[in-house]
Design a protein around this ligand. Structure first.
Ligand code: ATP
Ligand code: ZN
Length: 894
């Protein structure tokens, strides 16, 4: 590392005004692997990043810019390239100004995404290699491979090279890990992807002809016919009518090769099912090989105990070795030709061939057998946990019943448009968000909210995708396209969560990059040096010890189980109605020791009732009318409750100069009367002589033309589960619970004492809430984290400031989903402790796995070096440990 030096780059973020985005930018940029340090000067609108000069700086800078654009698309970004401390570069500050034109920057606003599903990908190391190589392709801005759901997402710089990049990516994948089944989902604006399965297609020549003819269609952007899985994938140009094009394609197929069983794939899930079946087949083959291999091994060992000729026994053993290890040998040789020598297969080949060479035939075969058995079991375990995570998130609807002229057509949810009418039968999943226009029913919201009670819905109610209609027919008018629906958003969030890596994950991936080479070097040293320097040391003895090191040199147990653990935690949380936007937040939750709550709408219901009206010189009804006139344009819960009590219409045309003053109230003109309605601060600010209300409650004072007219007292109720929520937080180790509110001191103190809240700050303006949070941060170290819980409406700046911002009741509210790091799908504060519990459990299991895996490996290496361990221990330290770690990770789901 001695030769590395740091490059500093300044990125000017013109127009950065949102402190939330600023925080997000820092958080995300500093999480980028290539960025060593990162600092944001909010005043100067400047982001300074440190990059190691071992990275390609342009790449890193453009990655950083992409990151910024994905958070806050409209910034005016300029890059100043500075190199400080660099021996190679001696440029002065600010000399080498490189500015990106606005057009270039805007280009990044809507990144072009391509998704690859790599079915059959079981090697975490290969996954990393693939991701790294693809990330370096020209035209690829960034790539993220989620090993757990086998999905790789590429962000491209522009759409022109898309097909080229897709081809190159597929090449890379095939070269690195041959035999994968690759599904490409292009979400680009280029077109609509359709997959057609051609059942019974057995003639390769016909396939070629079909492929040729289809690709010649002018309506088609690109097409690909995979003869092996009989799948024709076409990308239909954006402006074409996909139904007509599909019909044309079907005609072509029928003319070329009549009698095929043509199936149009509705969604990639379906395609995955057939792939899954194939994977099952190959795992059956593996099992068969193992049984045969173990059988022969057992016979050979038995023969040797009864004294049969050892040549025959060795022959049996070698056959068993080839049957079970054939795949490993082929893969290893292939990889060797590509110069990949730290590959697991290769190391296993060397270890076993080495053992054979020194005459340890029995052991060599046993190592291969148990290695393959371990891999096999590990495959099953990973597959199982993938399935259980997937079933937690099994909210994707399969189809929608579209109503067209009194007829019902079953279509894919993607094909339904806003304004379409769909029919949801009892027992069906709600496919899209909408509003009920006919019918009433009970719906099960648990898949989305984690709430087990059924909800009653009727005409006029909103209904969200992912709910299940329980008992009677509902007619729904669709209000959002599938891409914008609740289900897609949740799935997007959860699937992308793995790209925000936790510190532990980053540590492990860095660690594993050094671990294998170091252990391999140790292996070589042990095999070579002692026989030379120690007198009488036998070469084969030390060679064997070296081989042990090779067997334990794979960090797979960690590379596999740790991301799996975080993904399980996120999946499990989502099952409970808790959406966690990144592994980093899941990890941070365990360190939270202070939870700060907003009051209204968070701890209280935010539904006020008028409890008293105190009018001066006018009637109560008149006072209420003034209040209602003032509040009619406000969305504040206070406004809603006053209007509800007033119950009559207000003449909107007579209202002028409406002004809502945050945390104060309303100022408005009605005909010739200037009305003020708000709290004491508002009265004081306008020099109104008012008399203070005696009751505890939220008080709305009213003044007309500068003269005080009385007040309306309204009160809110605490939520049923708020008290439990606070108690449970204390039980999971939260030291301090704080409440912030814009409401008055009396109300605040009452709520705090009812709920056992430690610290209260009242009568706060929105910016004072941020200041209070700053105060809470003073004198804290990094390990003591603060979470803030709000309803996401007025508290975005605070949500943004804290380590973990939690928004609640986000069902349907986009603002809250945007602003927070953790989103609770329901209004229940009692979910927060649950999120912390999941975080702690995940963390515990992650560290159990790290300590266990490394511990066992180190012990085996030490014993091995001292000649006290055999291949058996080594093989356990490799595949046995990996298997146990994966099984351990699955405990998170329980
Ligand atoms: N539309 C309004 N009409 C009357 N008073 C208002 C209105 N909006 C705000 N206020 C006054 O300002 C205070 C603070 O309002 P703000 O919206 O900042 O906090 P809140 O969301 O009601 O409470 P919390 O801070 O607990 O979430 C309210 O308690 C009320 O006294
Ligand atoms: Zn609030």
């Amino acid at each position: 590392m001695g030769d590395c030096s740091l490059l500093k780059k300044e990125i000017l973020l013109g127009g950065l005004r949102c402190s939330h985005c600023a925080k997000d930018i820092i958080k995300t940029v500093s999480n980028l692997e290539e960025v060593e340090g990162c600092n944001l000067d909010f005043e100067a609108q400047k982001l300074i990043i440190d990059i190691l000069d071992t990275y390609n700086e342009d790449k890193v800078v453009s990655k950083v810019i992409d990151t910024i654009n994905s958070i806050e698309p409209d910034l005016d970004i300029d890059v100043t390239i500075n190199s400080i401390n660099s021996r190679k570069r001696q440029k002065g500050r600010g000399k080498n100004m490189k500015s990106l034109s606005k057009a270039e920057v805007n280009d990044n606003v809507n990144p072009i995404k391509v998704e690859f599903i790599l079915n059959g990908l079981n090697c975490a190391h290969c996954a990393e290699v693939i991701n790294e190589k693809v990330g370096k392709l020209k035209g690829v801005k960034s790539s993220n491979l989620n090993f757990v759901n086998k999905k790789m997402t590429l962000n491209l710089t522009d759409e022109q090279n898309e097909s080229e990049i897709i081809r190159k990516t597929i090449d890379i994948i095939n070269n690195t890990e041959p035999g994968l089944d690759i599904v490409v989902n292009s979400k680009s604006k280029l077109g609509i992807k359709k997959e057609i399965i051609l059942g019974g297609l057995n003639c390769a020549h016909c396939a070629e002809v079909i492929g040729q003819k289809v690709s010649n269609l002018s309506e088609i952007e690109s097409s690909d016919l995979n003869f092996i899985n009989k799948k024709l994938t076409v990308l239909i140009k954006q402006n074409e009518n996909s139904k007509q094009v599909i019909e044309k394609i079907i005609d072509i197929i029928n003319n070329t090769e009549p009698g095929l069983d043509i199936n149009i794939v509705k969604n990639s899930q379906q395609a995955n099912i057939s792939v899954e079946e194939k994977e099952k087949d190959s795992s059956k083959k593996d099992l068969l090989k193992l049984i045969v291999g173990f059988g022969m091994y057992a016979v050979a060992i038995y023969q040797s105990t009864i004294g049969v000729e050892s040549k025959l026994m060795n022959l049996l053993l070698i056959i068993s070795y080839l049957v079970v290890g054939g795949g490993v040998i082929i893969k290893a040789l292939k990889n060797m030709t590509k110069g990949r020598i730290f590959d697991e297969n290769f190391l296993m080949l060397i270890a076993t061939v080495g053992a054979l060479a020194i005459g340890e035939v029995e052991e060599a075969v046993a190592v291969m057998l148990f290695y393959q058995l371990g891999e096999y079991l590990q495959g099953i375990a990973v597959g199982k946990s993938r399935k259980s995570i997937a079933s937690l998130m099994n909210i994707r609807p399969d189809s929608a019943n579209l109503k067209v002229n009194n007829e019902i057509k079953v279509v894919s949810p993607e094909d339904v448009e806003i304004g379409d009418v769909i029919v949801i039968k009892p027992g069906e999943k709600v496919p899209l968000d909408g509003v009920i226009i006919d019918g009433s029913s009970m719906v099960d919201t648990s898949a989305i909210t984690g709430e087990s009670v059924l909800r009653e819905t009727a005409i006029g109610d909103d209904i969200l995708s992912g709910f299940i209609n329980k008992n009677s027919l509902l007619i729904v008018k669709v209000t959002k396209g599938y891409g914008e629906s609740t289900v897609s958003k949740i799935l997007d969030l959860v699937e992308n969560a793995s790209s925000k890596k936790s510190k532990t994950e980053n540590f492990i991936s860095k660690f594993s990059r050094y671990y294998t080479p170091i252990v391999v070097c140790l292996a070589a040293t042990i095999a070579i040096i002692p026989p030379i320097v120690i007198q009488g040391a036998e070469f084969s003895e030390w060679f064997y010890r070296g081989l042990l090191f090779l067997v334990v040199s794979c960090p797979c147990a960690l590379v596999l189980s740790i991301p799996l653990s975080f993904f399980s935690g996120i999946g499990y949380a989502s099952k409970n109605g808790i959406l966690i936007k990144g592994s980093n937040y899941l990890e941070a939750l365990k360190d939270v020791d202070t939870v700060v709550f907003d009051k209204t709408g968070t701890l209280t219901k935010g539904v006020f009732n008028v409890t008293n009206i105190n009018a001066v010189d006018i009637s109560k009804q008149e006072l209420l009318e003034y209040a209602a006139i003032a509040e009619v344009n406000s969305n504040h819960p206070i406004a809603k409750s006053i209007l509800k009590t007033y119950g009559k219409a207000v003449d909107l045309d007579s209202i002028k100069n409406y002004e809502e003053i945050a945390a104060h109230g309303i100022r408005v003109q009605y005909n010739n009367e200037k009305i003020l309605a708000g709290n004491e601060k508002l009265m004081k600010a306008n020099n109104i002589l008012y008399s203070e209300a005696k009751e505890v409650g939220t008080v709305v004072y009213v003044a007309v033309n500068g003269i005080y007219k009385g007040y309306v007292v309204i009160s809110d109720e605490v939520k049923e589960d708020s008290k439990d929520a606070i108690r449970n937080l204390k039980n999971v180790g939260i030291k301090e619970v704080v409440m912030l509110t814009g409401d008055n001191k009396d109300v605040a103190n009452k709520v705090a004492s009812d709920l056992n809240i430690d610290t209260v700050y009242s009568s706060l303006l929105p910016n004072e809430k941020v200041e209070k949070v700053e105060e809470i941060y003073e004198g804290r170290n990094e390990k003591e984290k603060v979470a803030f819980v709000g309803d996401g409406i007025n508290d975005a700046p605070v949500l943004a400031r804290v380590d973990v911002g939690i928004a609640m009741g986000a069902l349907g509210s986009d603002a809250a989903i945007e602003a927070a790091d953790v989103v609770l799908m329901t209004d229940e504060p009692n979910k927060i402790y649950k999120a912390i519990e999941i975080s702690k459990k995940t963390n515990k299991i992650v560290w159990q796995n790290i300590i266990f895996a490394l511990g066992v490996k180190v012990v085996v290496m030490v014993l091995g070096a001292g000649g006290m361990a055999t291949m058996w221990e080594a093989i356990f330290a490799d595949v046995g440990v990996a298997l146990i770690a994966v099984i351990n990770a699955m405990r998170i789901l329980k």
